[in-house]
Design a protein around this ligand. Structure first.
Ligand code: ZN
Length: 345
């Protein structure tokens, strides 16, 4: 009883979309990709189940804050492991606030917990795969109606990585709970249909920076691109065939120099031409590009570092525009911004 039909597709943008579009090249890109998502998680329910999140991160709950996703589900809906892991807890008796519940520890260090179940299906220390049915939804414990309370917890050592990926919620990380670690927001990682409006509203009220669809998991990690004449690094060459956005910055001063994109699967070529000074010298680009997309801006490789985000072709242009507005790169042509979009960072 598994649900493996595109378990991530609902909200997984970026590299994952690229994986679907171009299996081998994009998989290589994801492996080496500098801004690979911190957690790639599947859905907690079969893909045929359409549901929402009724309560998100840090919504007030009595005198506490709710640090989980509440997902209303018909009684007995299969509940799926978000990812590969080992069952770290099974509570088969309906006792306490959590009722029947279980926890799965994943190789990344993340633990996912599934509360209020009507029935648990997995055994303690049982290995599970992403999409395995580990229980059925219920309303056990402190629950008014059938729903899945899904929370994500990490050890303290992982919090800095989480902060880099989603920023630190103003309300703070959840208190450490032995042995499960600190609560982290599930919203950026767990694909659930229709969760966004409610979660975004909650996040706004609580002052939590969530990433937009095109910028999710959006920590930008910069890497050097080698010296002139050297082969490009593997992660960069793995971008062949991908679409996405790139940011070039000065290694010494960290000044953001240029933001560009390719929505036609030419991310590698579009990015590397910035380091091909001879082409500019020969007038190679003249007349080939529309105004505002002059690719003739070339930079000395050794002095630059680059952050890349692989996206779907459709997202590349939007992401580029947002990054330009957010980062105000030195060399991009920036028109008068007409809409001061609130950038969720
Ligand atoms: Zn809950």
């Amino acid at each position: 009883m598994r649900d493996r039909a595109f378990p991530w597709l609902t909200i997984a943008g970026g590299a994952l979309t690229a994986i679907v579009l171009r299996p081998s090249a994009a998989r290589a890109a994801a492996r080496h990709h500098p801004s690979r998502p911190l957690f790639d998680l599947g859905r907690p329910t079969p893909s045929t189940v359409r549901t929402i999140v009724s309560s998100g991160w840090s919504r007030p709950r009595g005198d506490r804050l709710h640090r989980a996703l509440d997902i209303p589900l018909p009684l007995g809906t299969p509940v799926l492991a978000l990812d590969r892991g080992v069952v770290a807890r099974v509570q088969r008796v309906d006792a306490g606030d959590a009722g029947r519940w279980l926890a799965v520890r994943h190789p990344s260090g993340l633990t996912s917990r599934y509360l209020h179940l009507s029935r648990t299906l997995a055994d303690l220390e049982q290995p599970v795969e992403r999409g395995d049915v580990i229980g059925f939804s219920g309303s056990t414990g402190n629950s008014a109606a059938p729903h899945l309370h899904l929370d994500l917890r990490v050890p303290a050592a992982l919090l800095p990585s989480v902060e880099r990926a989603v920023s630190k919620p103003r309300t703070g990380w959840g208190p450490a709970m032995s042995p499960w670690g600190h609560s982290i927001p599930g919203e950026p990682w767990v694909p659930v249909d229709g969760y966004r409006p409610i979660v975004e509203r909650d996040a706004r009220v609580a002052g939590i920076p969530l990433h937009g669809p095109g910028l999710r998991n959006g920590a930008l990690v910069y890497h050097p691109v080698g010296e002139r004449g050297e082969p490009y690094p593997d992660w960069l060459r793995a971008l062949r065939g991908s679409s996405g956005v790139y940011i070039i910055r000065d290694r010494a001063t960290r000044e953001i120099i240029y933001v560009g994109e390719s929505s036609t699967g030419r991310l590698y070529a579009t990015l590397t031409r910035h380091f091909q000074g001879w082409r500019r010298w020969k007038g190679f680009w003249r007349g080939q590009y529309a105004e505002g997309h002059d690719p003739g801006l070339t930079y000395p490789r050794g002095a630059c570092e680059v952050a890349v985000r692989v996206t779907s072709p459709a997202d590349a242009l939007n992401d580029e525009a947002r990054l330009i507005r957010r980062l105000r790169p030195r060399d991009n042509v920036i028109g008068q911004p007409t809409d001061e979009e609130a950038i969720p960072f």
